[in-house]
Design a protein around this ligand. Structure first.
Ligand code: HEC
Ligand code: HEC
Length: 356
């Protein structure tokens, strides 16, 4: 017969063992839960990084997923406090407020139409796909077929003065040109020579299967643009009367027909990810069709002209959407202006292949 003491001991031992097992099971359960949470999170993080574009209809968006590794302009706070730094700051000021210094009532010279470079090169030339200057310092001087020559930054800046700002060129030695150049170089200093920064310039939208349509474009314009740029495209001045609150899109005070924006692909790519004001890549409020059509409408309206007889000395190098003949590919001015561009592209590619 066992004594009461022995019985008690067995009981205690059993309880102890049971507790041990429960604790062990508990710890195991916690481990399983913790591992589960870690797994789930890893999946969420992985998914977040690999999420495809919201806008899946866009072939460009598919090619270049929105990654946070776009070129970012250097911080203005890092501009040195030196004579060189002062020139960089002046350059930035001239890009942002060109009209104040160089417009029709400019305080330094009167050589341009009253627009600011920043009206088209948004945020002083730093906005992703906002026609920024990220790749200028790294890629110039370069050969450009429009002039048929090697172009340096001075030449490219003056192109925009003479075309986009429908004005006169700046003297290369002027303080203003030096300031603009040094600012553009400072912006691009982190981009290796010969490389293009991601997100620089303007997006290339896919071509439509049809010609861009100014009639449809007018409807887009009146619904999504006219509230700021005005029904007649003339824009609105700021109260100071010098700079634009909303820059003009056509008419005497707008860019001339030698400007980059006069090419439909440049205009469509620019507005798709920047207009109406406040839109930023990869978001957009315009379908590709609306972007092409509104470009066709605006670029069918009157604007200043320019002598372009010296442009594109090699006519076979004209961009598909350069709207002025003669052309080497047999398509007419109308198709080169509005499209459809795919047949032109295909014919040119077949010819190149045949020549090889
Ligand atoms: C009306 C719009 C407009 C205005 C105003 C304008 N530009 Fe431009 N600029 C363009 C377009 C369009 C391009 C060509 C972009 C492309 O082909 O991708 C361009 C290209 C450039 C480039 C070459 C960019 C590159 O990556 O190769 C430079 C430099 C430049 N502009 C400087 C200026 C300066 C400086 C001013 C002011 C004096 C100015 N632009 C005003 C529309 C404009
Ligand atoms: C909410 C007002 C607003 C709306 C709506 C708007 N824009 Fe703009 N747009 C601006 C402003 C402001 C600028 C100049 C940006 C700057 O200087 O920073 C500008 C600049 C431009 C430019 C380059 C400068 C020029 O005058 O050539 C183009 C092209 C343009 N807009 C086209 C459009 C089109 C097309 C639409 C409609 C799809 C549109 N905008 C809708 C306010 C607007």
């Amino acid at each position: 017969m066992k004594s009461d003491n022995q019985n008690n001991d067995t009981l205690i031992l059993t309880i102890a063992k049971a507790t041990q097992t429960i604790v062990l099971l508990f710890v195991l359960a916690i481990l399983v839960v913790v591992i589960g949470i870690i797994e789930a999170n890893t999946h969420a993080i992985y998914k977040a990084f690999n999420q495809p574009e919201m806008n899946t209809t866009d072939s460009l968006a598919q090619k270049q997923e929105a990654k946070p590794d776009y070129w970012v302009a250097p911080d203005v706070a890092t501009i040195p406090n030196s004579p060189e730094g002062e020139l960089i700051k002046y350059g930035r000021e001239l890009i942002a407020h060109t009209a104040k210094y160089l417009g029709p009532e400019g305080s330094v010279m009167q050589i341009s139409n009253g627009m600011n470079c920043q009206n088209c090169h948004l945020e002083a030339g730093t906005k992703p796909y906002g026609n920024n200057y990220g790749s200028v310092a790294s890629t110039y001087p370069k050969f450009r077929a429009r002039s048929g020559t090697m172009e340096n930054i001075y030449k490219r800046v003056n192109d925009c003065f003479e075309r986009s700002l429908n004005g006169k060129p700046l003297d290369t030695n002027s303080k203003e040109m030096q300031a603009i150049k040094i600012y553009i170089e400072w912006l691009g200093k982190g981009v290796p020579k010969g490389k293009e920064a991601k997100g620089s310039g303007i997006v290339d939208l896919p071509f439509l299967d049809r010609a861009a349509d100014p009639v449809r474009g007018k409807i887009v314009y009146e619904q999504k643009c006219a509230s700021c740029h005005k029904k007649d495209g003339s824009g609105e001045l700021k109260p100071d009367g010098k700079e634009w609150l909303y820059p003009p899109l056509w008419g005497e005070k707008s860019y001339n027909h030698g400007a980059g924006l006069y090419r439909l692909s440049r205009f469509a790519g620019y507005v798709k990810y920047n207009m109406p004001l406040g839109v930023s890549y990869p978001e957009s409020q315009l379908t590709d069709e609306e972007a092409w059509d509104v470009a066709a409408y605006i670029n069918s309206m009157p604007r200043p002209s320019k002598d372009l007889s010296k442009d594109w000395p090699d006519i076979s190098k004209k961009p598909l959407d350069h709207p002025f003949g003669p052309f080497a590919d047999g398509f007419d001015e109308k198709q080169h202006k509005f499209g459809p561009f795919k047949p032109i592209k295909e014919k040119r590619e077949t010819r190149t292949k045949q020549r090889k």
